[in-house]
Structure formats: C-alpha cells, structure tokens
Design a protein around this ligand. Structure first.
Ligand SMILES: Cc1cc2nc3c(=O)[nH]c(=O)nc-3n(C[C@H](O)[C@H](O)[C@H](O)COP(=O)(O)OP(=O)(O)OC[C@H]3O[C@@H](n4cnc5c(N)ncnc54)[C@H](O)[C@@H]3O)c2cc1C
Length: 296
C-alpha cells in the first residue's frame, strides 16, 4: 500500500497500520524541521479535540506531542457581537473531562506521528520524495518518483492535501468554491498568563478567534475579506496591533508583542468520489472546509 503525503492525516493512517501484515510506503515531499523547546511557536497551529487526541493516543503518537509542546483548553466560548444575547460556553467539567482539547502546532503533530511511524517495521517512510508520475490501475498502481525509483501499490491513499496530485492523476474531480475569506493568523505575546479558554466572536465580516498557546502567548485568527486581510498584512507591526486592539474583544487583554502573521485563503472543496477501485482520498485531499469553530 502506498500513502502519498505524510502530513497529519497520512501519517496517522500509516501509524494505525503499523504492526499489521500490510507493507506500507509513505511518500512525503519534505521532513518537518526538528523541534526545539527554544523555538518560537509556529504560525500554523490546530485545535485538536479530545476525540482526535484519542486517535493520536491509539496510534501511539500522543506522547511524541506531549514531550514537545501543547496547550490544553478546558473551555470553548463563542458569541455574536452582542455577547449578552447570543453566547455559548462549553466547559470540560460539565462532561467530567479534564479538558476539551489542545492547541498544538501542526509541525509538532506531524513530528510526533513521523517518530512513531519509524517504530513500525512494516512502514517505510520515503522522504524527501517527489512524484514524477502515477500510473493508476485498479489494484496495481505504479508511482515513479522524481529520482526514477518506482513503487508498486495495490492500494493508493491520497493524503497529499488540498492540491492532491493523486486525486487529479486518478481522474477524480472536485466541487469547490471560494469562501472569499482569508484567515489572517497572528502569533502574539499576551499580558494575560496561559489561558485555558479558546474563543471565537462572530462579526458581520467574519469570526475573530483566540487560541491559547503555552506561556504568555496566543494565536489570533482574524477571518476577513481577502482585500482587508491583505491590508492588515501590509501594515506596520504597530498599526496592526492597534487594529487588533480596536477590533478584538476586551477579554483578549493587552498584547505585548507581535511574533508573526500570515494569511491563508479559504476554499471549500469536496472530491466527487472519496474512493475508487484501488484508491482512497483522505484528509484535505478529500475535502476542505472553513476552519472556524475549533472543530478539532
Ligand atoms: C487557517 C487554518 C486553520 C485550521 N485550523 C484547524 C484546527 O484548529 N483544527 C483542525 O483539526 N484543523 C484545522 N485546519 C485544517 C487542517 O489544517 C487540515 O485539515 C489538515 O492539515 C489536513 O491534513 P492533511 O494531512 O490531509 O493535509 P496537509 O496538512 O496538507 O498535508 C499533506 C502532506 O502531503 C505532502 N505532499 C503534498 N504533495 C505531495 C507529493 N506530490 N508527494 C509527496 N508528498 C506530498 C505535504 O508535504 C504534506 O506533508 C485549519 C486549516 C486552516 C487553513
């Protein structure tokens, strides 16, 4: 079996197949940079729900995240502009759990999974590797890598993200449309100490979200029109922080520094088929959706 893409979804599947009788090859473009506790938080972080944590535990990768860096959240609150009239707060205590989830850097999730994957005798990580061609045949596909190496797979898993080469090469189309919204992500240093809440305020131009990180740090997500997001990205750090101060709710508290910012265009995309004989699409290769609301 060949899994194309060793991101958080492809690597999770590979770990889950560890110890089975299947012979699994994972083809990944590039290794993530090794983790060091002194590094600043990456811009790309994800809310990982308790259910997803359990999947990562079950495949043996969770300890590899824990020994790096993550931040638990116990409460999740969402409200509209008028918080008095439309607010909901979930609390892990209400369901007898210690937490609802964690905020984890995407790279930390991937590293934890790739470390676990290396413990699996029946799984080979082929990385760095780029694909030259995919000769798809039901039950007998051949992938030729850029260096000429050929790999044979009875089953092909496309875990290669939203721009999936597997999907296009096996002839699966997509339905898609643009949300006409960008997610502007900013890593910030906060006056408030480490928070146990992740929140999201819905506004007419899109949600404003806070994801707690360890220590006096957090990740802000400002969903906005592409034009506004571009304007916010082009501002000086001081002007950007002043804009955050004027638009984000008071519960954010003071921001003592801007550590980085970047914007991601958002697109809803759905593959016309998830499975076809001898091939399956998973993760973003199968579908992408607006990341609001800490779906985890
Ligand atoms: C702003 C933003 C915020 C988000 N927040 C959250 C959140 O809080 N919680 C959450 O659960 N999700 C969140 N998501 C969604 C989440 O990031 C994705 O659903 C997830 O990363 C999909 O993982 P994946 O492994 O399918 O794809 P990817 O993460 O895209 O990984 C694909 C992998 O395939 C590799 N690859 C690509 N092409 C090739 C090739 N030709 N050959 C070999 N390898 C290849 C890539 O290098 C990569 O490692 C967010 C998304 C965005 C845009």
């Amino acid at each position: 079996m060949l899994i194309v893409g060793g991101g958080m979804v492809g690597a999770t599947i590979a770990c889950a197949l560890g110890g089975t009788e299947l012979s699994v090859g994972v083809i990944e473009l590039r290794m993530p940079e090794p983790f060091d506790h002194d590094q600043a938080h990456d811009m790309r972080v994800s809310a990982i729900s308790l259910a997803s944590e359990n999947i990562l535990r079950n495949v043996g990768a969770w300890s590899g995240l824990q020994n790096k860096r993550l931040c638990p959240y116990r409460r999740l609150k969402t409200w509209e502009v008028d918080a008095e009239r439309a607010a909901t707060e979930f609390n892990s205590a209400d369901i007898g759990e210690d937490h609802l989830g964690h905020i984890v850097e995407n790279r930390v999730i991937q590293l934890g999974l790739l470390e676990q994957l290396q413990q699996c005798d029946n799984v080979d990580l082929i990385c760095p590797a780029d694909i030259a061609t995919i000769d798809y045949a039901a039950g007998a596909s051949i992938i030729t890598l850029a260096d000429g190496q050929q790999l044979f797979g009875r089953l092909l898993i496309g875990a290669d993200g939203a721009q999936s080469k597997v999907r296009s090469q096996v002839g699966i189309g997509v339905h898609s449309w643009d949300y006409e919204q960008h997610a502007l992500v900013a890593s910030v240093a906060t006056e408030l100490p480490q928070q146990d809440i992740t929140w999201q305020q819905f506004t007419p131009t899109g949600p404003l979200a806070f994801l707690p990180l360890s220590g006096h740090q957090g990740s802000l997500v400002w969903y906005n029109t592409p034009a506004e997001a571009r304007k916010l990205l082009a501002m000086s750090d001081d002007a950007f922080l002043a804009a955050v101060d004027s638009q984000f709710p008071d519960c954010l508290g003071g921001i003592t520094g801007l550590l980085g910012r970047a914007a991601f265009p958002l697109r809803r995309q759905h593959a016309q088929e998830y499975v076809k004989e001898g091939v399956a699409l998973v993760g973003d290769a199968a579908h992408t959706i607006h990341p609001l609301a800490g779906q985890g």
